[in-house]
Design a protein around this ligand. Structure first.
Ligand SMILES: C[S@@+](CC[C@H](N)C(=O)[O-])C[C@H]1O[C@@H](n2cnc3c(N)ncnc32)[C@H](O)[C@@H]1O
Length: 451
């Protein structure tokens, strides 16, 4: 991983497990396994077979809806996002989401199943108008009802919210509202290309409280351009004072397709990026302050307020335990009966395929039982602890034996401990969990491009 004009495109930290110091270009956050770069169109047959077969017994089903519109593209953003679409194009996209879910509903793997969770991700789902949102939700529910879902999560950007739009978001059944605050300092928000300003974060707070969601999460990022200790302390204190049910702290990464990666590689980024040691220290400070304020660890990123009525995160836990998930929207990711898949990543490709009545499937990866075991184990390790008996009963494998060498090495570096049958990351391990995970990968997936 490195920056500057001669930066070579090499393996991502998400597959090398290299101890991270300098912040360079490359994916760090591990969201799935095996790495996306191994998924391909040649596996679409296996996916079709999975869709045309009965589902696995007891496997929960969820729905991911990708809303790829934003007011502005953040300079650190690596998601599929458009900032130039007009109302007619948004309308056409919403039509396509509806058509896509209707194309799923009669498949043997989907028919008759209800949704355990729904996740509106982006881009910025709160970018679309209340009218569009109501009609979209009504049409999606017609195809596959979600009234029985344990969680309906919805990502928002503060500047796109109004009191009435929050009411609509609540009326469609959203239980978990996730606000992309990122930072409370206006100079930092601007330097990183964020659309919203701090007063918009404050303005929406009373509305969110009045409308009353079961759960409110705010995201903040450690290590944004322009960050200093003094400013970070203010952001952390304001995040605590915001009184959300959970606070999620990410360490800023600079993936290949982000604006900062281009500047880093062509040498035009004139403001230094915080290194990983600094980001880990800031992250640790935030966790300590949140703990002191009555929050507790829910994962390496998320702290939940003790006493908050609902402290679960169904979407995350379902995915990390191998749930099925229908993908809708451009470049969206899904999973069916052991087969990972991704939708077409191009705007026209996605729309034209769906409008022709077909599912916009672009690539897939049929996982082996051992890959499913490894996937669940590395993702669940992000919660901070593992119980080997879960894997013994689900996969018939003793993970302490199967991954003995890796666990021993991490234990010797005091990055995790094994006591009374539980594997627990130390704080040091938690703050660098991404770089620990490749130790458990199969050799063919190490030192590769991640996405
Ligand atoms: C999919 S994004 C959607 C955010 C939403 N569009 C908004 O504007 O608030 C979800 C979260 O990922 C985090 N994120 C995005 N890019 C990141 C990066 N390069 N490094 C670390 N965290 C990042 C941010 O905290 C963001 O709130």
């Amino acid at each position: 991983m490195s920056g500057g004009p001669n930066a070579k495109v090499g393996p991502d930290p998400a597959t090398t497990g290299t101890e991270l110091h300098e912040t360079g270009v490359g994916s760090v956050f591990v969201s799935n396994y095996p790495p996306y770069s191994f998924w391909s169109p040649e596996h679409l047959g296996a996916l079709e077979e999975a869709f045309n077969s009965e589902p696995r017994d007891g496997a929960p089903l969820g729905l991911y809806v990708h809303i790829p519109f934003c007011r502005k593209r953040c300079k650190f953003c690596y998601f599929k996002v458009y900032t130039d679409k007009n109302a007619a194009q948004v309308e056409r996209y919403i039509e396509a989401l509806d058509a896509e879910l209707r194309a799923y509903r009669n498949l043997p793997a989907v028919q008759g199943r209800s949704l355990q969770f729904v996740y509106f991700g982006g881009g910025t789902p709160s970018f679309i108008s209340a009218k569009h949102l109501s009609s979209l939700a009504a049409r999606l529910k017609e195809s596959i009802p979600w009234q029985g879902a344990k969680e309906v999560a919805f990502e928002c950007e503060p500047g796109t919210l109004s009191r009435s739009k929050l009411e609509t978001i609540h009326e469609i059944g959203v239980t978990r509202l996730s606000l992309g605050v990122e930072n409370f300092d206006d100079a930092i928000l601007e330097a990183n290309g964020r659309a919203h300003v701090s007063k918009e974060i404050d303005r929406v707070r009373p509305w969110i409280q009045e409308v009353g969601f079961d759960q409110v999460n705010i995201d903040i990022i450690a290590g944004m351009i322009g960050e200093t200790w003094d400013k970070w302390r203010v952001t952390v204190q304001k995040a605590i004072d915001y009184g959300a049910d959970s606070v999620t702290v990410y360490q800023m990464e600079v993936p290949y397709n982000s604006a900062f990666s281009k500047q880093l590689r062509d040498g035009s980024l004139d403001i230094p990026l915080a290194d990983w040691d600094t980001k880990r220290t800031w992250n640790d400070y935030a966790l300590e302050q949140l703990e002191a304020a009555g929050y507790a660890l829910s994962s390496a990123y998320t702290m939940t307020r003790q006493g908050a009525p609902d402290q679960s995160f169904v979407y995350r836990d379902a995915l990390w335990h191998g749930s099925d998930m229908l993908a809708t929207g451009v470049a969206s990711f899904g999973h069916m009966s052991g087969v990972h898949y991704q939708n077409a990543g191009g705007w026209n490709d996605y729309l034209e395929t769906v409008e022709a009545g077909n599912l916009p499937l672009q690539r897939a990866f049929p996982t082996s039982p051992d890959e499913r075991l490894t996937r669940e184990m590395i993702l669940q390790l992000k919660v901070g602890s593992l119980r080997p008996e879960y894997f013994e009963s689900k996969f018939g494998v003793d993970i302490l034996e199967r991954f003995g060498t890796a666990f021993d090495e991490l234990r010797q570096e005091d990055l995790l401990r094994i006591d009374n049958g539980t594997i627990t990351l130390t704080r040091d391990g938690l703050l660098r969990v991404e770089s620990l995970l490749p130790s458990f990968y199969a050799p063919e997936y190490r030192r590769s491009r991640y996405s």
